[in-house]
Design a binder for this molecule. Structure first.
Ligand code: AHR
Length: 518
């Protein structure tokens, strides 16, 4: 008994541990922003989108066709286009996903009426008429102002097919492929800054072992060639969640042949057989979803460690090129279409991930939420001529000034939020000095029942004025519908005061706040 007592006393008297002890219930969280120790920039590519030929992600979601009664510009629906521009969408990944590793680009060029009609074998067995192909996607990226991240077919395509696709997109006028592109309506080559060497080669992309995938990646990557003087970032197919061996082997055996490697991690409240509903859930499901979201931090840390072994100079980027929530599809919707509602919970999944991404910008230089419209954790949902922005969209809007800003590391001391066995820090945060010169600080209170008072020490940050916006709602599963599109929408936030270099903020329960310090 005496021995136990002295062991406890020793632990409590250790200065390091005493410092790390989280504030108890009711005590304010404390945050230090290290404006004096800037970290690598928050690459705008971390705000990337993902648009796969899946469900109504493309058809109905972005493309309605030129003759549609839905307002459109050259076949692209105007409402979605405008909404993507408003959040400064920097990257769109296309055409998949699993779809990419069975995609034959020649089937999607030329006169639309003559394009091949295929079965989408991955997603619902529906027909794919290839109305959206290379021209439609590349032109759309330009209209949005986004960089195209095109994923090649390693699964059942040949290296020559991949090489010719790249040449078709990028070759200056003169070659036969460039002339063919021109005859199909596009004389000038497109810019192709990012190219994926397959997708999920461990699964729908060919069920490969990492050793085999590494060899295949070396081979296919060799033939992805750009015109003289241009570079493309070649991105290798990355691991599933915590499959660190995949990253290790790919880096060891093929790392010299690519510039980036992906990792895919989906937040699934339960498991693949029964994932959980997008709305109508209880607090246990709220807590388990958010607790599973913050596993992303460990996954990135561990993958980055494997990369450090072979690439200590951090030449190769890590990209979380698929992330987001995956719930059971909405009742009555096609099971292969992955259509799900999106609630305040998804908003917090997004802000927690942005905070995590900010901690890893030394290695993490891209991410693509799955997916852009009507699929999984979407920015927007459409129904005929109606479109609604989701809570996730609004977090992308709140955080958009992080794009290419310098990350200011933050230390967060917060009490824990617990529900059943699910535990995570009640307060999460990140900060960036934006390209506009202002400091932008995102704060999240995951506790759905209690507000959180936060005291923020600003080291190396000066500012006289502070403005803020908040995203919250009365219910944990609050969401926007076509009939009530503004239930979850940012509002002005007045709960922050700045005095003598310290910010005091009161975060309402279940809220995301973005502060701008100028
Ligand atoms: O985003 C849906 C699917 O999830 C993608 O097609 C695939 O890459 C992943 O398994």
């Amino acid at each position: 008994m005496r021995m136990m007592f002295s062991a406890i006393a020793l632990v409590l008297s250790s200065p390091a541990l005493a410092q790390q002890a989280p504030p108890v219930d009711g005590a304010p969280a404390t945050i230090t922003v290290h404006g004096d120790k800037p970290a690598p920039k928050f690459d705008k590519r971390i705000f990337g989108q993902f648009a796969e030929h899946l469900g109504t992600g493309i058809y109905g979601g972005i493309w309605v066709g030129k003759g549609s009664r839905i307002p459109n510009i050259n076949g692209y629906r105007t409402d979605v286009l405008d909404a993507l521009k408003a959040i400064r969408t920097p990257v769109i990944r296309w055409p998949g996903g699993c779809f990419a590793d069975e995609y034959h680009w020649r089937e999607g060029i030329g006169a639309p009426a003559k394009r091949e009609v295929k079965i989408n074998t991955n997603w619902g067995g529906v027909t794919e008429d290839n109305a959206v192909g290379t021209h439609e996607f590349m032109n759309y990226s330009e209209m949005v102002g986004a960089e195209p991240y095109v994923s090649g077919n390693v699964g059942n395509g040949a290296p020559s097919e991949m090489a010719e696709w790249v040449e078709y997109m990028t070759s200056p006028t003169g070659s036969t492929l460039a002339k063919e592109r021109a005859s199909n309506g596009r004389k000038a080559p497109w810019k192709l800054p990012m190219f994926g060497i397959g997708n999920e080669l461990w699964g729908c992309g060919g069920n490969m072992r990492p050793e085999y995938a590494a060899d295949v990646t070396r081979r296919y990557s060799t033939f992805v060639k750009m015109p003289e003087g241009q570079r493309v970032m070649k991105i290798a197919s990355g691991a599933n969640a915590d499959d660190y061996n995949w990253t290790d082997v790919m880096m060891r055996d093929a790392g010299a042949q690519f510039d980036g490697i992906g990792v895919h991690y989906y937040t699934i409240p339960y498991d693949w057989a029964k994932k959980g509903a997008a709305t109508g859930f209880d607090e246990d499901q709220w807590a388990r979803t958010l607790a599973k979201t913050v596993k992303m931090d460990d996954y990135i840390t561990e993958h980055a460690k494997r990369m450090d072994k072979y690439d200590p100079g951090k030449r190769v980027a890590l990209l979380v090129d698929e992330w987001g929530t995956w719930y059971d599809q909405e009742p009555g919707s096609h099971p292969g279409f992955l259509y799900q509602q999106n609630s305040l919970r998804d908003a917090l999944v997004t802000s927690l991930n942005f905070d995590i991404f900010a901690r890893h910008t030394d290695r993490l230089r891209g991410a693509n939420i799955a997916q852009m419209v009507n699929v999984l954790q979407a920015m927007m949902l459409t129904d005929g001529n109606r479109m609604v922005r989701t809570p996730t969209y609004w977090v992308f809007d709140l955080y958009k000034d992080y794009q290419d800003g310098v990350v200011l590391p933050v230390d967060v001391q917060s009490r824990w939020y617990n529900k059943n066995q699910w535990t995570l820090k009640a307060v999460s945060a990140s900060a960036v000095r934006g390209v506009d010169g202002a400091v932008h600080m995102g704060l999240t209170n995951v506790d759905p029942n209690q507000p959180a008072t936060v005291s923020v020490k600003l080291d190396g940050v000066t500012g006289a004025g502070i403005t803020g916006r908040i995203l919250t709602a009365s219910a944990i599963d609050a969401h926007n519908t076509f009939d009530a599109p503004d239930v979850v929408k940012p509002a002005a936030f007045n709960g922050a005061t700045l005095a003598n270099g310290t910010l005091t903020v009161t975060l309402p329960a279940k809220s995301v706040v973005m502060l701008d310090i100028r």
